[in-house]
Design a protein around this ligand. Structure first.
Ligand code: ATP
Length: 480
């Protein structure tokens, strides 16, 4: 297999790789590095943890070393934590160059950032919102001469999820030159390929990992059918089991809202599990501190919203637990990709309630693999059920007393005013939209149920017995 030198990297970069323990290029690096060095645009789609970051960092550093000027490269990424992680890779691999980098993310001091930008760093790593703010408000720097535009987690940057980057991207794309190399990377690039192709038009090189399954082979993926009302008791039971079974085990638990994330963090701490939370309602300094504590294994459990689902590279993570079944298969792919990275083993458990079975089927269809069922001793869970429910309720009351919801509302309104929107008008619009979405969801669910029923009736022999709906244990009802 070709080494880093054979694919065109200079000896100083080969030496940097060696020092960092990167002996051989991974397949995505083998594919993309030569094309980028040739000057082509590149779209790289490879599984989570397969080394996509170095696939763009290495050739950019090489080009920068040949003709250094600032600002040479702009990297866009959807989350702040990811921006810091990418900057670290640039710094470590580009150390012999005396590389000047600059991180532009929300939640940090804007004046200090403006000053750094005016000093012409070689590489700017940014989240779109904050960079667009700088471009709109400052004339002390410009991006008219950048050579490289990288969009990491490119599909997320383009999709209109809970954070919509569209307007900010428009501002940024208007500020960068049309003549540039554009590099787009993600583990789920193909879903938005058409939109992405519009961005990369300079002899684009498309690299996609050949694989039958879309998740990592070394990942043991299971689901656990749990009644909604006893979910938290199962969570506590699972965490305890992993802590007992695995030595030095680090776990990431994903939840669907900031509030649940906060409550579960408080709850797990009450059970003496060393837990930290990471969600967008936290101050940026608290977010960094939480992640640092988790990365250094001071705290072994990270409970997070999807702000942590993409890109984070923490080799000690052995287990991912999805407290909620992700609504989109691609979110599942990124979440479970926080473990089993760079050839390591890992486990992913997804809690599935009676209302989420169709989501599980959608995930299985997308990843082209069926998850195995995790069997848990129900009696053991029932033993802790009352205690867990009581503790959770206590945590909810404590959080309510801290005015968590009101703070969230105030933060949202502040953000809207900053964006020049009327918060009241937006709230009205959102309520109308939610109503329409709910109607659509109900309609889809009904159609889905009818189709499934028809299919079940018409199929005599099935390759797999249907999953029975989990029953609420009698004790569970007694608790409510
Ligand atoms: N050639 C290599 N040999 C060994 N390890 C490598 C190599 N290249 C990268 N790695 C390591 O693999 C890990 C995962 O890399 P990286 O974070 O770039 O993955 P990714 O493909 O971007 O994943 P994700 O899709 O989750 O963002 C990192 O710890 C990185 O140091």
């Amino acid at each position: 297999m070709a080494g880093f030198a054979e694919i065109g990297l200079s000896s100083w970069l080969v030496e940097q790789c060696r020092q960092l323990g990167l002996k051989q290029p991974t397949p995505v690096q083998l594919g993309c590095i030569p094309a980028i060095l040739e000057g082509r645009d590149c779209l790289g789609c490879a599984k989570t943890g397969s080394g996509k970051t170095a696939a763009f960092v290495l050739p950019i550093l090489q080009k920068l070393s040949e003709d250094p000027y600032g600002i040479f490269c702009l990297v866009l990424t959807p989350t702040r934590e990811l921006a810091y992680q990418i900057a670290e890779q640039f710094r470590v691999l580009g150390k012999p160059l005396g590389l000047k980098d600059c991180i532009i993310v929300g939640g940090m001091d804007m004046v200090a950032q403006a000053l750094e930008l005016s000093r012409k760093p070689h590489v700017v790593i940014a989240t779109p919102g904050r960079l667009a703010d700088h471009l709109r408000s400052s004339n002390t720097f410009n991006m008219k001469k950048i050579q490289f535009l990288v969009m990491d987690e490119a599909d997320r940057l383009l999709e209109q999820g809970c954070t919509d980057f569209t307007t900010d991207l428009e501002t940024i794309l208007a500020a960068v030159p049309a003549r540039r190399q554009t590099l787009l990377f993600s583990a789920t690039l193909t879903d938005t390929l058409k939109e992405l192709q519009g961005l990369a038009t300079n002899e684009p090189f498309f690299w996609e990992a050949q694989a039958t399954v879309r998740t990592v082979e070394q990942l043991d993926q299971r689901y656990l059918l749990v009644p909604e009302k006893v979910k938290d008791a199962y969570l506590v039971h699972l965490v305890q089991t992993f802590q007992d079974q695995l030595e030095d085990c680090s776990i990431i638990i994903f939840t669907n809202t900031c509030k649940t994330c906060q409550i579960l963090c408080m709850m797990l701490r009450k059970f003496n599990f060393p837990t930290v939370a990471l969600h967008s309602m936290m101050k940026q300094k608290e977010r960094f501190a939480a992640l640092a504590k988790f990365k250094s294994s001071i705290y072994r459990i990270l409970i997070a919203t999807d702000v942590a689902s993409r890109g984070l590279d923490i080799p000690t993570v052995q287990v991912v637990i999805n407290h909620n079944t992700p609504g989109l298969p691609k979110i599942y792919i990124h979440r479970v990709g926080r473990t089993a990275r760079a050839g390591r083993q890992g486990q992913a458990i997804t809690l599935v309630t009676q209302y989420d079975i169709h989501l599980l089927h959608a995930i299985e269809e997308q990843i082209k693999q069926q998850l195995a069922e995790l069997v848990v001793e129900e009696a053991e869970v029932l033993q802790i059920l009352t205690q867990v429910n009581v503790v959770r309720r206590e945590c909810e009351i404590k959080l309510e007393a801290s005015h968590f919801d009101e703070k969230k509302e105030i933060n949202k309104r502040k953000q809207m005013i900053l964006e020049g929107k009327d918060p009241d008008l937006e709230a009205k619009r959102k309520a109308e939209l939610a109503k329409i979405k709910q109607q659509n969801r109900r309609f889809k669910e009904k159609v889905g149920q009818t189709l499934r029923r028809q299919k079940a009736e018409s199929t005599v022999r099935r390759s797999r017995p249907p999953r029975s709906r989990p029953q609420e244990p009698a004790q569970a009802e007694a608790q409510d």
